[in-house]
Write a protein of this length. Structure first.
Lengths: 141, 332
């Protein structure tokens, strides 16, 4: 019981992952479960199970996340083997990154001005190009 | 139009503060941290296991999730009693599958609770010692097959009304787990309603059996969400651990299910039950809160028998847990 408490205390202790590598014999630890719903889908986090090794973790994952045919593939990853970056100074720096996104280029008015100078008219919908101006990109969803 | 040369590479202060939303994780004096935490939670933000959280929040989530996990685990016992007596093979399969699902929900929820710092064995100890509780509806006997229909349809419906609201819980792992659980519960409701509708189409004796089951279960169903509470004093609501008051949940349950029960020609055993159009809510006889208190403190008709079953079951399966831990797995 004390060992369990220590284990969980360590686990919850920020920035101090449980000792990586092979765990000592006979210790239950959390494994994160990822599942793929159908071919071509991304693996998505489903939840986690408590197991002493990968083999049992997969058995438990199958019982909890695949028993009604809702998954075609499961991954289990020992939680201690997951390394996290959540430093917002690095991930969300307070800098204007709009030049990296298609939405950062708004040229409707400039295009109209250019057409005016050239004496041309707006092309039809068939001529739609691939710059996706104004649309949200995959990464922004 | 934006002049590219005039573009300021740094975001204006308003947008900047939105981006550094997880301020409460930073090493700040307690009170300041607490303020950031509160602002985040009250603003609709989620808390993840590694985030800093006040002890009061941690223990409130733990208590809530543990009670939920206990209820899933104990809730299979009344239904389990009917697996061997299910009237057809398909019903037997559906009921077995429901029992399996509910134990699965207990597994998922105990995991959420464990990550908050309480080992599973300690949670079982407390459940068996009566230190923690499980839902009132699982302390009653299942006398007939109609009970199985009423439980799977109406008890699960009352539960799903609450559980759907929990998908918005501020505690991230709990809200995500509830999405999976609600999906599975929706199957249980269909299974239960199918049992009930089949009986409603049956013989006079079957219809009487159904009405008799509804008569017995209506009281516990109305008690299930608990007495009206003061919104401003409810800390679980304040921190958005749960999203709605007990009375809101009961009203929603009545709005959806009263018409469906009456549709089958059943009588709801509450002469005061009526929809008050002017007030926009249901009126009903005051549920027996003494019965609720008696039952959830393990003095219900089946409380001790079911806890005793868990006790014996825990002893009988101890060898499995020992076997799982005993053999160190050689690296493949």
């Amino acid at each position: 019981m004390t060992d369990d408490l220590d284990q969980i205390a360590r686990m919850l202790d920020e920035g101090a992952p449980v000792t990586p590598g092979e765990p000592p014999a006979g210790v239950l630890e959390p494994w994160e479960v990822f599942r793929q719903e159908k071919d071509g889908d991304a693996m998505r986090h489903g939840g986690n199970v408590l197991a002493p090794d990968a083999e049992l973790a997969l058995h438990y994952a199958r019982e909890l996340f695949g028993r009604r045919g809702e998954s075609i593939r499961l991954w289990v990853v020992r939680r201690a083997d997951i390394h996290v970056l959540e430093d917002l100074d690095l991930l969300q720096p307070p800098l204007d990154r709009s030049f990296k996104k298609p939405g950062g280029y708004v040229m409707r008015d400039k295009l109209a001005a250019a057409r005016g100078r050239a004496g041309t008219s707006k092309p039809g919908a068939r001529a739609a190009s691939h710059d996706g101006t104004g649309r949200r990109s995959e990464g922004e969803r | 139009m934006t002049d590219p040369l005039a573009l300021d590479p740094v975001l204006p202060p308003r947008e900047r503060s939105e981006r550094s939303a997880r301020r409460w994780n930073e090493d700040l004096p307690h009170d300041e941290r607490y303020e950031h935490f509160e602002a985040h939670v009250l603003g609709g933000g989620k808390i993840e296991p590694n985030d800093w959280m006040p002890d009061e929040y941690r223990s409130a989530v733990l208590r809530f999730v543990e009670m939920h996990a206990n209820s899933e685990l104990m809730g299979v016992l009344p239904e389990r009693e009917w697996i061997m007596r299910a009237p057809t093979l398909r019903r037997k399969l559906a009921l077995t599958s429901k029992v399996q699902d509910e134990v699965g929900h207990a597994q998922l929820l105990y995991r959420v609770a464990e990550d908050l710092g309480k080992p599973r064995e300690a949670m079982f100890d407390d459940l068996l010692a009566g230190k923690t509780k499980f839902h009132n509806v699982f302390h009653y006997p299942t006398r007939t097959w109609a009970d199985i229909g009423v439980i799977a349809w109406l008890v699960d419906a009352a539960a799903i009304v609450a559980q759907q609201a929990l998908r918005d819980s501020s505690y991230g792992p709990y809200s995500r787990t509830m999405q999976k659980i609600c999906w599975e519960e929706s199957v249980h409701i269909m299974h239960g309603r199918d049992v009930v509708v089949t009986l409603a189409n049956g013989t006079t004796a079957q219809r009487e059996m159904l009405q008799e089951a509804l008569d017995r279960w209506w009281g516990p169903l109305m008690q299930m969400h608990g007495p009206r509470s003061d919104r401003s004093k409810d800390r679980d609501l304040h921190w958005r651990i749960k999203a709605r008051t007990s009375e809101e949940l009961r009203q929603e349950f009545l709005t959806i299910y009263v018409p469906r029960i009456l549709e089958l020609g059943l009588t709801i055993p509450d002469p005061e039950l009526a929809y008050d159009k002017a007030a926009g809510e249901w009126r009903y006889a005051d549920p027996d809160w003494n019965e609720l208190r008696t039952v959830v403190t393990n003095h219900g008709p089946k409380s001790q028998e079911r806890l005793e079953f868990r006790r014996l079951n825990r002893e009988a399966t101890a060898w499995v847990r020992a076997a799982v831990l005993a053999e160190p797995k050689a690296a493949a």
